[in-house]
Design a protein around this ligand. Sequence first.
Ligand code: HEM
Length: 378
Amino acid sequence: EGAVGFTGEHQAGIVTPAQDRLHFVAFDVITKDRERLVGMLKDWTTAAARMTAGRDAGEIGAVGGIPEAPPDDTGEALGLPPSALTITVGFGPTLFRDATGKDRFGIAARRPEALADLPHFAGDRLDEAISGGDLCVQACANDPQVAVHAIRNLARIGMGVVSVRWSQLGFGRTSSTSTTQATPRNLFGFKDGTSNLKLEETELLREHLWVQPGDGPEWMTGGSYLVSRKIRMIVETWDRSSLAEQEMIVGRRKGSGAPLGKTGEFEEPDLDARGADGEPVLAVNSHVRLAHPNTNGGARLLRRGYNFVDGSDGLGRLDAGLFFVAYQRDPRKQFVPIQRSLSRSDEMNEYLKPVSQALFACPPGVTGPVDFWGRALF
Ligand code: HEM
């Protein structure tokens, strides 16, 4: 299966048609040495360009070197095709100023205002140990082994410079990012990603996804902000609610994905429609109404989340949910207002338990062999 191009104006892995598998990792930087950090970003870029082309992480390869030395690739992707692997990097707020307020790498003045710490949302009880991070890497591929191989090799290359803070596997995409893709389903059994920003909507992407000249520091132009939110879904309780109740909560039909009151999946929800009883067809606290652009000053997101099941919770339930990932031009105007509106009154909250959250500034793409991730920042 084919390779996705690595270089370009934007990083791959954002509008790239969402692959089936995810391995996402957040790192803490453990060195104080700016040059070592920059050196690692250069090495990461080189290795990522190789791996996304289906090659070994290093030049010598998993088995090409001398027997006395550890190989420069870990080997588990030998013989596997590129599997549409994309590797996308982001910088967290704490890279610019750590928890103690220290400007460790001399870049605090370049921190974009849009990279403001996310506010607390009503009902959140987040686990700090799996939230935040100085750097993130999102690896998506159609083969989970290829995605894990990519993350593992970047962690190996970063030894002594970064340490893994948390990581998340995802097994099924919960969005489509291209009109050529069928809409997948999340673990509530509903189509997810119907009303998403799509690769083909160039105008909308300029307006809602890519950082534009003048938005903030120049190094982010062409980049995008990533918000992740790990949301446990209490599927056992959901599965005991009626079909009608489930559809009311989401605001769409479970089978077709059509908005309530409409028949086609891609018809626009009518927020003003009222039924024979005079009640809104789309319930006041339904997810689709509360997340809809008309409820949030026109705000839109490019969602790129994944289903997860991390085993079970020891109480007879699956530890299952949605690893929500969304890209946008400015989280203060997009994710934050939408999440506020959902936190306040989404009927779905009864079945959700958010456990982690993170924000990263994903710089623009690398343009060629001498360019590297974050070159314009450092
Ligand atoms: C739409 C599920 C969390 C933002 C939808 C749809 C479903 C869904 C089934 C309808 C299909 C579609 O248009 O994609 C879920 C589940 C969640 C979750 C199960 C949690 C586990 C979130 C979060 C946000 C969000 C955290 C953002 C803060 C949206 C948006 C839409 C949407 C913007 C499109 C609304 C529209 O324009 O019609 N979601 N969602 N969702 N969701 Fe969620």
